[in-house]
Design a protein around this ligand. Sequence first.
Ligand code: SF4
Length: 61
Amino acid sequence: MTVSIDRNLCYGSGECAHRVPAVFAFEDGYGGVRPGREGGDEALVREAAERCPSQAISVTE
Ligand code: SF4
């Protein structure tokens, strides 16, 4: 599993970083994936992606 955030969609709610701080960070007003953490806890990452208000988080196998 890999996860990424489309900054063109993210509007900086910060929810992903709040929900899964081990994988997501909040930087420069946007959510981001911490380097090397793209394969973090799958269930939590998928939940964060589903709950992202702008659907900016992509999870791929
Ligand atoms: S939850 Fe979505 S909109 Fe909010 S900071 Fe994360 S990627 Fe951006």
